[in-house]
Design a protein around this ligand. Sequence first.
Ligand code: GDP
Length: 339
Amino acid sequence: MTGSPSGARERPPLDELVAGVRGGDRNCIARSITLLESTQRDDKLAGQELLAALLPSSGSAIRVGISGVPGVGKSTFIDAMGVLLTAEGQRVGVLAVDPSSARTFGSVLGDKTRMDRLAADPGAFIRPSPSAGTLGGVARATRESIVVLEAAGFDVVLVETVGVGQSEVAVSRMVDTFLLLAMSRMGDQLQGIKRGIIELADVIAVNKADGAHEAEARHAAGELSGALRILGGPGSGWRIPVLTCSALEERGLAEVWQAVLEHRSYMQAEGLLDIKRREQAVSWMWATIRDRLDSDFHADPAVRGLLGDVEAHVASGAVAPGRGAELLMRAFRPDGGRP
Ligand code: GDP
């Protein structure tokens, strides 16, 4: 079932929402996420209250980020992997971070047919990316939605993101393991691998290792694995496994999941998972502050009154950008922030 992004209007009392989420009620889960996605100030306050109530029962899911360029097979992979996991009796939540969906109306997960089987699976809950707001706002809402899903008893939370821009970094800050999907096409050249993204990856899977391309994919995975060995892995000492799989033919998926679990066990055994989650909590706090400052700034009547003019003057060159910023900041905080 897909969580509906509507329904914020008549919000049930918070204690009902909390009890509903804890009981795994899908409607309450969807409404809670909608509340967290809201950009309205009073919703934000209610959302923080809701989170505070849910946080103690969160934290136990396996959180996995999944990235890769459009077309690499993310939704096919999540659909197949999700079904595999629910068949084992695990409850699987799927979230997404795609700030571009505001412009393209749901390029990631917006289209419900992308994960047919999982969408119909009672053991799964799929929620498209929040479709409005800055990357910071979208990432915050997704980060907070993980708490809702965990409090609702989901065992696995998969967070999908498109392989472009800064959204991978945001997702890597909310998951335990970051899985990068790549594919091999055009000889040995691996498509969809960007340097910065490789640095975030904990596990790499070369997808579409099927048909005529199977040998090619294996070869590419071998080369990449060798290259990573020379480059040296992340500072943690974890050696990034490079596997091959076919999401379409559902081959190699159990092995990819096994690698995800091994990464998690490694992190736990080394005490790194705790450290990571603590660092993530601090980074979440800062992301929340930035998001809040940003929305307070834009909601400020004095700022709103000046914004259009200042922007126009900066655009025409009549006012320097720094001066424009200063004017708006003064309007926002007339005392300059001094006590
Ligand atoms: P996304 O944009 O990363 O979510 O990619 P999709 O899951 O929508 O897949 C893009 C296209 O690649 C679709 O036509 C899929 O059927 C196809 N595809 C996905 N996984 C595989 C695979 O393992 N093998 C092959 N041959 N095609 C695949």
